[in-house]
Design a protein around this ligand. Sequence first.
Ligand SMILES: NC(=O)c1ccc[n+]([C@@H]2O[C@H](COP(=O)([O-])OP(=O)(O)OC[C@H]3O[C@@H](n4cnc5c(N)ncnc54)[C@H](OP(=O)(O)O)[C@@H]3O)[C@@H](O)[C@H]2O)c1
Length: 267
Amino acid sequence: MNAPLLVTGGTGTIGSRVVPRLREAGRDLRILTRHPRGNEPGIEHVEGDTVSGRGLREALDGVDVVLHLAGGAKGDDIASRNLGGAAKDAGVRHLILISVVGADQMPIGYFRAKAAAERTIAESGVPWTVLRAAQLHEFVLPVVRRLTRLPLLPVPSGVRFEPVHVDEVAARLADLALHDPAGRVADIAGPEVLDIRQLADAYVEGTDGHPRHGLPIRIPGAIGRAYRAGHNLAAEPVQRGQRSWYEFVNAPPASMRVAAIADRGAH
Ligand SMILES: NC(=O)c1ccc[n+]([C@@H]2O[C@H](COP(=O)([O-])OP(=O)(O)OC[C@H]3O[C@@H](n4cnc5c(N)ncnc54)[C@H](OP(=O)(O)O)[C@@H]3O)[C@@H](O)[C@H]2O)c1
């Protein structure tokens, strides 16, 4: 029996891939969730909410390391403030946060909240590590799928993404959680930087095989300028994954294949 490692967001897309890795490394885990489920050997689920702060003190009891992966469209800044304060009070020795590439550059609420979350963790008084990740393949796929269903494919000039495989992000997070606090570490991103045309072409090649006619568009304002400047892309030093977008869309996880088939049926 070792001190439990607390994973917030352990039920999510990334967290559910990190948890087995930490178990394989021999760590006992506690997963904070708003919807607790049955425990398994070495995995205890505890009820709590990072945004309201409910259950954090109990969840942190006896914990030495916290991997903070819980997140949503809103409230990540508040969640990190709550968790950082509670972790300090609990005597946690390492707090790891997942953030997003471009957190401090993109003029979008989600990114701003992540940048605030990073600052809060760094100022929490708990030794920390922050990893910024690019968008997962799983996140980009529904966007590309929706765009390819339009009569013309909107192609915003200068907008690029570098989607990364969830397992590569999960492996990096597990490794960070098993080592000493490292501060801000190299961003993690996918192997290629791709525009919407390239993302869509690879996707349709794996589905109906018909390349879409493009409609060039220009995203206005500060958000458009930030994308065109590549502020959403990883800055050096960057760790690039190996698994490509093309590989992913041609062999997506089973759950996403079902969604794609349903989608094609809806045409
Ligand atoms: N997906 C991406 O492309 C991407 C890229 C870079 C960074 N990130 C960041 O990585 C983290 C995980 O992303 P993901 O894609 O795995 O998310 P996800 O699949 O949407 O899962 C969200 C997780 O957060 C938990 N959660 C949300 N709000 C919570 C709250 N108020 N209290 C407690 N738990 C809460 C959920 O747990 P329950 O529902 O069980 O309570 C769930 O485990 C997020 O912080 C996200 O911003 C994601």
